[in-house]
Design a protein around this ligand. Sequence first.
Ligand SMILES: *[C@@H]1O[C@H](CO)[C@@H](O)[C@H](O)[C@H]1NC(C)=O
Ligand SMILES: *[C@@H]1O[C@H](CO)[C@@H](O)[C@H](O)[C@H]1NC(C)=O
Ligand SMILES: *[C@@H]1O[C@H](CO)[C@@H](O)[C@H](O)[C@H]1NC(C)=O
Length: 444
Amino acid sequence: MASNPFTQSHNGQMPLRTTGIPLALIALAASLVRGQGAVWSQCGGIGWAGATTCVSGSVCTVLNDYYSQCVPGTATTTTPTSPPTTTGGSTTTSTATGPSSTCGTPAPGSGTLQLVGVNIAGFDFGCNSDGSCTASAAYPPLTQYYGKDGKGQMTHFVNDDGYNVFRLPVGWQFLTNNVLGGSINQTNMAEYDALVQTCLGTGAWCIIDIHNYARWDSGIIGQGGPTNEQFAATWGELAAMYKDTQKVIFGIMNEPHDIPDINLWAGSVQAAVTAIRNAGATTQMILLPGNNWTSAETFISNGSADALMKVVNPDGSVTNLIFDVHKYLDSDNSGTNAECVTNNIANAWEPLTQWLRCNGRQAFNTETGGGNTASCVTFMCQQIAYQAQNSDVILGYVGWAAGNFDVSYVLSELPAGSGSSWTDTTLVAQCMSPKAGAQKGSTS
Ligand SMILES: *[C@@H]1O[C@H](CO)[C@@H](O)[C@H](O)[C@H]1NC(C)=O
Ligand SMILES: *[C@@H]1O[C@H](CO)[C@@H](O)[C@H](O)[C@H]1NC(C)=O
Ligand SMILES: *[C@@H]1O[C@H](CO)[C@@H](O)[C@H](O)[C@H]1NC(C)=O
């Protein structure tokens, strides 16, 4: 072990990457001074102390116990307007075909997210945010490789909590055993595949996540570092291995950041998508990551949305090309603090869901989390309830993290126990577990 995985931050990213107060919060504060909520602002819910009336032309609408919102119109609408169109991850996602007729109208989601899960970390240990990964530091979260009981964790999460997806981060260097441009090392791959097969064995969907921040040893893919061809070759090999496995989801890259040219990055993503499809994985979901640590908040404003919109399947369609977004709830959006300060709705989820709906696309929140604290229970439950109300465009969320972390890790979602007897952490038990009821706004 080159580094102690039990003490590393959730993904090695810098703890401080936000400055100032989000504009949306300033706008909200301004509306509070006037005593009436602006259109799309919060106007009620458990713990809400702000304005409870809305400006003319909008109506305060109860989305769930935790969140009421000023929605354009004059009629009162208190229930989701559409019935569920898909169920519990049993199908692939709806086909995106272009602007939907409901563009602009709020919350037509079913109230139930399709995919809800947990990151099972370990094979990414030793990876830093400059894309340097020490292959020998990868730490399989499986007891047969002397790691934690990832099999027991996932089995518990599925059987006792109702989770149905796991994200399995892995360093690129581990896959090729440190050879840039090399083919996948079968010895190392056998270990990673053991985790994939264990995940699949629970009946869940399984996300392969190359956890390299768009880089290899500081060099940015397609922009001075590895070539697009080298990146695409790794994905082509992986896709060939899992081309007949419908429940494998291809997560192109974890948290690109500080990418000089977002359009060139979209070209790198396109190269990977093309390689995956041409390897025979023609129908599986592929997750497309934007800049700024895949921030859900700046996905549109920083140009990721426009650039990644152009990524297509070989047939020109965008079927099952899903945008990958991350969001934490702490004061600096780093996922390193125990306390949460925001539900991210006004600054991130609301603008994102409207953009997705207007453009006929979907996103998947593959990293989110918080400490096991009362503030995180409050805000995380609100975030999940909002996502579920918008489940037509938000597929679901994956919590960070279980796997090989220590139980003392600030964002630990490790259940305590063994065998068939497990106890969840506070945040999982009260919000993040599908059984907690946060999606319907009725937490236990
Ligand atoms: C990155 O996203 C955070 C919020 O998630 C935002 O505060 C920050 O300004 C963004 N940085 C850039 C360069 O867009
Ligand atoms: C594969 O990786 C292992 C280390 O896990 C190494 O010993 C072996 O030489 C590599 N195989 C090839 C063909 O490079
Ligand atoms: C993204 O944010 C960075 C830093 O603020 C800025 O330099 C860059 O121009 C932005 N890109 C786009 C496409 O808005």
